[in-house]
Design a protein around this ligand. Sequence first.
Ligand code: SF4
Ligand code: SF4
Length: 329
Amino acid sequence: MKQYFCDELNNVLTCFHDRIGACCSGQIGPVYIKEYRGEKIDWKAFKEFKYKSFEMLSEDKVEQSECRGCYFLRERKPSDVISPVYKMINVSNWTHCNCGCIYCARMLDSKGKITYKSQKSEYFDMVPLLKQLYKQELLDRNNLVAVIQGGDISVLKEFEDMVKCFLKNGVKDLHILTNNIVYQPIIQKLMDLNKCILFTSLDCADAELYYKLKRVDKYKDTVENLRRYAKGRINPRIVVKFILVEHMNDSIEQVQKFVDLMADIGIKMVEFTIDNKWAMFTNLDEKPLPAHYGDIYLYFKKACEERNIKFNVWEKTQYIIDKYALKKI
Ligand code: SF4
Ligand code: SF4
């Protein structure tokens, strides 16, 4: 009987603000602990959960599994071995943020509230959980990639303690997602140690449009902070995202302005993605993707090539563009 496999399920642990799950899809996927609020964990059951989830990935059970329909599923090869440790942890245990992007996936939980003062997570503290995960030898001590991506780190009190905990236990790389409104000296230090990639979504090169997209008047600050990080000592790893939002930044003109700004700052990599409305909440077989998205994608790619900027596309966006805009699949 055919067996399926998922590398995310094998390697990734995601600590959402309200639950601990496998992958970061947020919509589907196995959930280790529902409604987690920092309670004591039954580690034996926790460790067994991954194996039980894989048992559901056989041909006869997959349709009843939490993974049904996921495009990450692939046929299992003899070399696929279930690992007892995770190679990637997604930290997303808080929702407060100092801006209010109109496409924010956490909007329902944060209620769109804009928070300026650093505070504790409204749900649970991450550092105690991290210490337990390390004590249980669940996190890879040589090759772990830690992705910190909840609300914004600048208003998360335990951010620095979290980073210290990862460093103490030998993390390989930190991927830090931030709106970049506040300059963080610790990020600069991590970059100088070649231990971190900074990901930020700027989405435009226009102060007025930025305000419409983010609901805060902080365009100048974010651009200035980007320039500071980009001047770092050793080849700073920075990825600036452009999230395509319909009727906002979905024009060739906006794309060109953005690429010009990136070249001016010295950014070496950008990431193109479409917003959640199309990536998650629309059945594209019934409601078609806007027809011009394919043209924007092709233009963006070419404009980046011309400026020697690496053009990255998130896997799911690439799939949607290929299938629904360029009709290649
Ligand atoms: S198959 Fe999909 S839903 Fe299931 S764990 Fe993998 S990525 Fe998540
Ligand atoms: S920066 Fe991130 S967390 Fe903050 S509002 Fe925007 S998308 Fe949401």
